[in-house]
Design a protein around this ligand. Structure first.
Ligand SMILES: Nc1ncnc2c1ncn2[C@@H]1O[C@H](COP(=O)(O)OP(=O)(O)OP(=O)(O)O)[C@@H](O)[C@H]1O
Length: 269
């Protein structure tokens, strides 16, 4: 029997309303998600690629329930996420966590690392003060940082280390779904592979399901089993990564592939 997907998106629709002209009198609409549907099986990584402005971050924010939608449904572990409110929604929030693109902007500069990583545990009322500290130290160790960082501040760390802190903050809650929105694109190339390997290892050890957003097709191929290609709010094609790399269906995907992998999809292996 095939497992039900952990995450199922059906016909997601998001319209941004933009004001322009004199006193913002002219209203324009931008369709950022245009009937987006996809399924992510439990324990797999699903890649989302597309150029800047194609709607990837909008999709991520919608899954995190950080943004109201204009249509569609989000089912997580068989539950309609868009219907949840209050305490029920808070419970679900700990099961879906996010790693952000910019480790400089996404960590509060005035908070100590121990408090940043432990904040989710506190908010969700998990553990005692002492057990939260233990969980935070263990998680920091798993991302390659020692307990000596607990009382330090984000500015004392490099970009790669800050992203490790962002990963620890997300994973200390032991989520089932991890949404990674361009988690390495703000980092030096030399650091990117280390962070991707860390995410891969933790994902395996913690049985994570991942929605992995990137504009870099090489990163998607490295990390994901299936993928979708987005353009102007629509999914152009989706399927197993190997199939899309070997036989892209759309000209847009072919062009994206040709830009980074000159031999992909050309029939050559
Ligand atoms: N808050 C907002 N208000 C109005 N328009 C927005 C808002 N957020 C995003 N947009 C627009 O919606 C479209 C999709 O943006 P989104 O950030 O989701 O794309 P993206 O694929 O993640 O791009 P990037 O890779 O640059 O982050 C873009 O045209 C963007 O300008």
């Amino acid at each position: 029997m095939v497992d039900k997907p952990l995450l199922s998106l059906r016909d997601l629709r998001k319209v941004y309303h933009l004001s322009s002209g004199f006193l913002g009198m002219r209203r324009q609409e931008l369709l950022a998600l245009d009937d987006v549907s996809l399924d992510i099986p439990r324990g797999t990584a699903f890649g989302l690629v597309g150029e800047s402005g194609s709607g990837k971050s909008t999709l991520a924010r919608a899954v995190m329930r950080l943004l109201p939608l204009d249509g569609g449904s989000i089912e997580f572990d068989g539950v309609d996420l868009l219907r949840l409110k209050g305490a029920e929604l808070r419970r679900f929030r700990s099961r879906i966590q996010m790693v952000f693109q910019d480790p400089y902007a996404s960590l509060n500069p005035r908070m100590r690392i121990g408090d940043i990583v432990g904040e989710g545990l506190l908010v969700h009322g998990i553990g005692t003060r002492a057990s939260r500290r233990t969980m935070v130290c263990e998680m920091l160790e798993r991302v390659g940082l020692g307990a000596d960082v607990l009382n330090r501040y984000p500015h004392q760390f490099s970009g790669g280390q800050r992203q490790r802190i962002g990963i620890a903050r997300a994973l200390v809650l032991k989520p089932e779904l991890l949404v990674c929105d361009e988690p390495v694109s703000a980092l030096d190339v030399s650091i990117q592979a280390q962070i991707l390997t860390l995410l891969q290892n933790l994902s395996r050890e913690m049985h994570l399901t991942m929605l992995f957003i990137s504009h870099d097709l090489r990163v998607i191929r490295h990390m994901c089993q299936s993928m979708a290609v987005m353009q102007t709010g629509r999914i152009l094609e989706q399927g197993p990564v190997d199939r899309i790399y070997a036989a892209p269906q759309s000209d847009y995907t072919r062009a994206l592939l040709a830009a980074v992998l000159p031999h992909a999809g050309s029939g050559a292996s």
